[in-house]
Ligand binder design. Structure first.
Ligand code: PLP
Length: 371
């Protein structure tokens, strides 16, 4: 279906930060399949883990235990909120799980979301995504969502005894990489505590090391009650999770939510391998360092008005049309990036890049912007 405006390139192979098209041209991938291949393409540890598990056991359903899923749940919980984990196949499904969990904890409660948020395309997640162009064609949406400005006063004013949850991306990704101020996250935490609502962070894009800590909220000091992850979690395979803190760990009862595929041993092994690569102090330090290097390099390129983001989750606002820049970057300079708006280019490189690849991307972008 024509639901994507695809670019005229067919990729056939990938390795690290490189992709090759069917004519043998080599590209530098600074999009990572929209924040998915954070360990680079075909990382040997992920490939080996998948290969070994594919030989052993691929699927049994969540009616049974499997060792990889249990090990992954424990690791995700230990690395973040200390509660329990619900596995999903995607980011939107992790958000659906969060919404159902919040409503189960406070029946009939509203969910407060921020303007320009993006939480996914399924009906619940879409209803939590207050963007006219994405919602309007699909009305009526799920009731019970309240969208407020990403501003502490507006947010606090929207939370009361009928609020089930406040759902926020610590860094809004799809709308153009907007880092929510720490005071906003803190105000949300206090309002939720005051009224018994759940604070849920959507770290589908900004989590899994992308900003230089395993989870983005760990740099803010604000701890949510639940956290959604997906995109990079599976090292390139479809995998998501909702991780709770202790308060929400046992809210869902048997039979109240489920997924046939989610958390299967194959994707769980891929995720464990991806975590082995990403959850390392040296790699996370490199993300912060190269993020700063890239941001500084972007800021001095022609036509760049502003650079936003944290770690290797970056966007630059341009004084020219971003879709045209993206097209030229791809076809002329063999650099994969994407546009999140009419004048914004986003960079989500692999977290495993070196300084040389960061500089190479900057040089290719300079070539496009100068042309
Ligand atoms: C991509 C994204 C989603 C949706 O994830 P899918 O896997 O596409 O369903 C949800 N929230 C955020 C912040 C995202 O970036």
């Amino acid at each position: 279906m024509p639901s994507y405006a695809r670019l005229p390139v067919e990729f056939v192979r990938g390795e690290g930060a490189r992709l090759w098209d069917e004519e043998g041209n080599e590209y530098l991938d600074f999009l990572c399949g929209v924040g998915v291949t954070s360990v680079g393409h075909c990382h040997p540890r992920v490939v080996e883990a998948v290969r070994a598990q594919a030989d052993r056991l691929m699927h049994v359903s969540n009616i049974f235990y499997t060792e990889p899923a249990m090990r992954l749940a424990e690791r995700l919980s230990r690395s973040s909120l200390g509660g329990k984990v619900f596995f999903t196949n995607s980011g939107a499904e992790a958000i659906e799980a969060a919404l159902k969990l919040a409503r189960r904890a406070r029946p009939g409660g509203d969910v407060v979301v921020a303007h320009e948020a993006f939480h996914g395309r399924t009906y619940g997640a879409l209803s939590a995504t207050p963007q006219e162009a994405k919602q309007a064609p699909f009305a009526p949406l799920v009731p019970g969502f309240r969208a407020v400005a990403a501003d502490p006063d507006a947010l606090v004013g929207a939370v009361d005894e009928r609020t089930a949850a406040v759902l926020l991306e610590p860094i809004q990704g799809e709308s153009g990489v907007w880092v929510l101020p720490e005071e906003l996250l803190r105000a949300a935490r206090e309002a939720c505590d005051a009224h018994g609502a759940a604070l849920i962070f959507d770290e589908v894009q900004c989590g899994m090391g992308r900003t230089g800590s395993l989870w983005a909220h760990q740099q803010s000091g604000v701890v949510p009650d639940a956290l959604a992850t997906a995109k990079a979690l599976g090292g390139g395979l479809p995998m998501g999770a909702l991780i709770t803190g202790p308060r929400l760990a046992d809210v869902l009862r048997p039979g109240e939510h489920g997924s046939t595929f989610a958390g299967g041993p194959l994707v769980a092994c891929a995720a464990l391998a991806a975590l082995d690569v990403i959850d390392q102090p040296a790699l996370l330090a490199s993300v912060r360092e190269l993020g700063a290097r890239l941001a500084a390099g972007l800021a001095v390129l022609p036509h760049v008005l502003e650079v936003r983001g944290r770690g290797l989750m970056l966007a630059c606002a341009l004084d020219i049309a971003a879709p045209e820049v993206v097209r030229r970057a791809l076809l002329e300079q063999r650099l994969v990036v994407n546009a999140t708006g009419p004048d914004t280019v986003r960079l989500l490189p692999p977290l495993t890049i070196g300084a040389g690849e960061a500089d190479e991307a900057l040089a290719r972008l300079r070539g496009v912007l100068e042309a």
